[in-house]
Design a protein. Structure first.
Length: 590
């Protein structure tokens, strides 16, 4: 049994803490719950690496947990390849509090272990880190980021040599080595001057931004668009105080977009994200300033990227001058359709391409792709699974990537990167908007035309936040209850249940229809339940891998907008009733 008080006192007695850590430890001396929350476990290293609140303790992001994770990573890489030290590790960081310090600490621990380390000397987007790993032929990459989490968080994401986030098998091996590091306070690290002098610590400068952006534009720019087409598109952009400002504007400029105005209040990198309640483009409030500026300027579209610039949100000007936020599923469906149109326009074949999406992503884009004879492959939630499949297909000489996407605003069209890429996303959406504008259409017009062609699709995410040790137990209890009793939706006939932890799909069967049966699921195990209803509607439930939340995804489809919305409302009612038994800290619908 873990003794949190002993751990707390061991940390208090360590003499060399930074002032902020020392002050926090002393401030909680008489607060057993605060001590327990910081020490009841070690911050978990999963397939997303580390992610947690910045602060003191084993369950917090701090220099000690970062150093410990890095030593575990170094031991894993050393055991995996005799060339890993020469190949080196690339380290990037975003605009969050302590990101630059955590990046340097990562580099110095790796250097002490004998690794060549390439550290960005400026903040960079997560996809640029992925790009640099591939370009340098590195053995691994580390990105210091907590993506779109609140300001109190930071994180540590590990990438493999293909530029893709590590998968569970590798994460488990790294975790075993991290757990072997018992002493948080005496992890070897080189002094910065020594690491620089002996060539183990090398810095990556701003020229990498230009290099990356040029490759994005070269691989994605649409040949049929003219300079005039691009110059006539008016874009408002916000980086939400994150890393996207320079690369997004550079890529758009290289492509020929001249009417790009930036939300000045959100232009400067700032880990407090002072003008955004949440720096997440999935949240409508995050783009409020961009929408206000777009209205003032009469812009065609507004774009917003999250702090590490791997997600992008989009708003479109309607014909009445108002602006409408598109969902990630709508953007993904439109981009699949657009990419197929422009490739066919250019005379390129598409039957050798594949579209990747996650199991909780809308079927809109999949329906479009299949109508064009393009293969669609589902993956587990998490873009690492898409990136891994892109690499596996490449190595097998199989079908090439057309597009990969997930409902949470993550997109990838060029395989120069193996993670979701908001720089690519911003350029692609601009190209798509310009292409349709030349034809007298907005993206809303294009979306409505797509619905008329393949049916109406609408999705919703319901999430319940349940923090701390008790919250974790509640989330586990909810998943157990679903596995025992399921969920019933009024007016929808349940056809099958997919349990990705048990790796099975159970068809319920019905009189006059196919009999009940069970078949295996081939995707890796994951704590996800998905319910499939007659007519194409579906509902999926999973615990978040990065936040203390249980997430429920709803996907409705109908021949008309009204029938689609009715199905969505029925599913939402059933989910709300089920979740009432939990005592939430907060609930969001999106």
């Amino acid at each position: 049994m873990r003794n949190v008080n002993e751990l707390y006192h061991a940390w208090v007695q360590y003499p060399s803490h930074a002032p902020a850590i020392r002050q926090e430890l002393e401030a909680i001396a008489d607060d057993p719950q605060a001590i327990a929350d910081r020490f009841y476990r070690d911050l978990e290293f999963g397939t997303g690496g580390l992610r947690g609140i910045i602060g003191a303790g084993t369950n917090r992001m701090n220099v000690y947990t970062v150093r410990r994770a890095t030593l575990g990573l170094a031991r894993y890489l050393e055991a995996s390849s005799d060339r890993a030290k020469v190949q080196g590790v690339v380290v990037g960081y975003d605009s969050r509090h302590m990101s630059d310090e955590f990046a340097l600490e990562t580099g110095l621990v790796l250097a002490a272990a004998g690794f060549r380390v390439y550290v960005f000397d400026h903040l960079c987007p997560t996809p640029e880190l992925s790009f640099a790993v591939r370009e340098l032929g590195a053995a691994a990459g580390v990105m210091i980021t907590a993506s779109h989490n609140p300001p109190a968080y930071n994180g540590y994401k590990v990438y493999g040599p293909d530029g893709c986030q590590i998968l569970p098998d590798v994460a488990a091996q790294i975790t075993a080595r991290i757990e072997g590091v018992q002493d948080f306070f005496h992890i070897p690290r080189l002094a910065r001057e020594d690491a620089e002098r002996n060539g183990l610590l090398q810095w990556l400068g701003a020229d990498w931004d230009e290099r990356y952006c040029r490759r994005v534009v070269e691989s994605l720019a649409v040949p049929s668009l003219t300079a005039a087409d691009r110059e006539q598109l008016h874009i408002v952009y916000t980086p939400l105080h994150g890393t996207g400002n320079v690369p997004v504007r550079t890529a758009l400029g290289l492509a020929g977009y001249r009417k790009v105005s930036v939300v000045s209040e959100q232009e400067r990198p700032d880990g407090d994200f002072p003008t955004a309640k949440s720096p997440n483009p999935e949240e409508p409030e995050a783009l409020a300033l961009a929408l206000r500026q777009a209205e003032q300027e009469g812009a065609d579209i507004a774009l917003g990227t999250d702090p590490d610039a791997d997600r992008v949100g989009v708003a479109v000007r309607d014909r009445d001058g108002s602006y409408r936020l598109l969902t990630g599923n709508q953007i993904g469906g439109l981009l699949v359709d657009f990419l197929l149109k422009v490739k066919q326009e250019a005379g390129e074949r598409v039957d050798d391409r594949v579209v990747f999406k996650t199991i909780v992503t809308s079927e809109l884009g999949a329906s479009v792709a299949r109508r064009h004879g393009v293969e669609v492959e589902d993956t587990l939630t998490g873009f690492k699974y898409i990136g891994a499949r892109v690499t596996e297909r490449e190595q097998a000489g199989s079908k090439r990537l057309l597009f990969g996407y997930e409902e949470s605003y993550g997109y990838l069209a060029s395989d120069i990167v193996r993670d979701k890429d908001a720089v690519q996303g911003c350029l692609l959406v601009a190209e798509m908007a310009a292409w349709y504008k030349r034809r007298g259409m907005t993206l809303l017009d294009a979306l409505e035309a797509l619905y008329r062609e393949v049916g109406y699709f609408e999705e919703q995410l319901i999430s319940r936040t349940l923090p701390g040790q008790n919250g974790l137990a509640q989330i586990q209890g909810l998943m157990e209850e679903l596995r025992k009793g399921g969920i019933r939706v009024h007016g929808l006939e349940l056809l099958a249940v997919e349990d990705y932890l048990a790796s099975r799909r159970t068809w319920l069967g019905s009189p006059g229809d196919s009999p009940a049966r069970t078949e295996p699921l081939t995707l890796p195990k994951s704590d996800v339940l998905k319910y499939l209803f007659r007519g194409g509607c579906w509902l999926a439930v999973r615990p978040s891998g990065t936040e203390p939340k249980i997430k429920v995804y709803l996907g409705a489809v109908g021949e008309t907008k009204e029938s689609c919305q009715q199905a969505l409302a029925a599913m939402r009612e059933a989910v709300d009733a089920f979740l009432k038994q939990a005592e939430p800290v907060g609930q969001t619908h999106g």
